[in-house]
Design a protein around this ligand. Structure first.
Ligand SMILES: Nc1ncnc2c1ncn2[C@@H]1O[C@H](COP(=O)(O)OP(=O)(O)OP(=O)(O)O)[C@@H](O)[C@H]1O
Ligand SMILES: [Mg+2]
Length: 373
């Protein structure tokens, strides 16, 4: 565990970047430091591997004051990833990744096979091993940066806005990759971002800092969304935090109605079983909605169904979105293979949201994290 005890950093020009920060960063989980530009995130992070020394307070690693640990051993136990990856431009991808193992004295062959293993782990084609960083896309460079940080299998990973320089879609891919890697490896990750959505997606715990390096709130994401500590945190969270919080409730409890389903080539029942019928293919995958009246008039066009949600592994947010997007007001529930397993109305989703809040003690403010991302 990493523990900040009243840590302060005053730069020589008098700027107080971090002011009396006390924080317990739990092992084997992702703790995100988030806050506006200049609030002291980078300074806080760099004090963990002693690239910056505090001017007050202390930081403990597993109960030991960092000041008592030699800087080089400390740094080797902590992978470090920054924006734009910070790769060595004149080294190949494989050599970049093998940097720390080589410093630790691994022989070339072992370092190289470790580099290949890590490329696979972070979702990079090993055919890229001999390229130079400038021959990679931004997203690929970030993956190399993550692989390099993981190379010597350090228990701690420090990440400073690692995904900020790539477009939103690549960024989402990198975030998912990080969550997957974390599930396999269980590192203690301290992750800096100014993007609250990224913080909520990745963080097991989130520390919101305000300008001047003061802690505004330290909480799991669900609790942050349901009970922001003050107006600053609420403002920083932004609009629709109630909707976003629905991501933390599973859709598994929704009562599905049997879908009024017809096959693509079937005749419609007469009289129709419902105002709209869901047309599916031979594997029960949704194709669209059919309006029985239009069909009767010979019009076989299907109405697009929007976006189905996963019945077992989805969230109430996805179910609500699905219902709102659906032209019929019915959200389509699918299984892991995309087969329709039922439908649920907007009203039923709304009722499930009320029940979820009630099940957590009535007001959303009392909520415990449900652990669903
Ligand atoms: N070497 C330095 N000397 C003086 N002031 C500094 C120094 N480095 C940072 N600062 C100041 O300390 C404050 C915190 O800087 P820091 O880089 O930690 O912020 P940050 O939260 O990481 O911001 P950003 O989101 O923009 O990266 C800022 O006001 C910054 O100007
Ligand atoms: Mg910074």
């Amino acid at each position: 565990m990493i523990r900040f005890e009243s840590v302060t950093k005053r730069y020589p020009d008098g700027t107080v970047a971090v002011d009396g920060l006390s924080l317990e960063i739990p092992d084997r989980s992702i703790t995100v430091l988030v806050g506006p530009s200049g609030c002291g995130k980078t300074t806080s992070l760099r004090m963990v591997n002693r690239m910056i020394e505090p001017t007050g307070g202390r930081i403990l690693l597993d109960g030991q004051d960092l000041q008592q640990q030699p800087v080089h051993t400390l740094r080797r136990s902590m992978g470090y990833v920054i924006q734009h990856a910070g790769l060595f431009p004149h080294r190949t991808v494989a050599d970049n990744i093998a940097t720390v193992p080589r410093l630790l004295g691994w022989d070339r062959g072992r370092a190289r096979s470790r580099a290949m293993e890590l490329m696979e782990r972070v979702g990079l084609d090993t055919a890229l091993a001999k390229r130079y960083p400038y021959q990679l896309s931004g997203g690929q460079q970030q993956r190399v940066g993550v692989a390099r940080a993981l190379a010597a299998d350090p228990p701690v990973l420090l990440m400073d806005e690692p995904f900020s320089a790539v477009d939103p879609i690549v960024r989402k891919g990198l975030q998912e990759e990080l969550l997957r890697i974390q599930q396999e490896l269980g590192k203690t990750i301290v992750f800096v971002t100014h993007d609250i959505d990224e913080a909520i997606r990745l963080g097991d715990m989130i520390a919101v800092l305000r300008t001047g390096g003061r802690l505004a709130q330290f909480a799991p994401p669900d609790q942050l969304l349901s009970a922001p500590a003050d107006a600053f945190v609420e403002d920083f969270l932004g609009a629709d935090r109630g909707i976003r919080r629905l991501s933390f409730f599973t859709s598994a409890g929704l009562e599905l109605s049997a879908a009024p389903v017809v096959g693509a080539d079937d005749a419609l029942p007469d009289p129709p079983a419902a105002p709209y019928l869901l047309v599916v293919d031979g594997d029960r995958r949704p194709l669209g909605w059919a309006d029985p009246k239009r069909r009767a008039a010979g019009d076989r066009t299907l109405i697009p169904y929007g976006r189905p949600f996963q019945a077992e592994h989805g969230t109430l947010r996805e179910a609500l979105d699905s219902a709102v997007l659906s032209p019929t007001g019915w959200a389509i529930a699918v299984d892991g293979d995309g087969r329709a397993v039922g439908v649920v109305s907007q009203e039923a989703v709304a009722a499930a949201i009320r029940a979820a809040h009630a099940g957590q003690g009535g007001a959303p403010e009392d909520a415990e994290p449900a652990g669903v991302r």
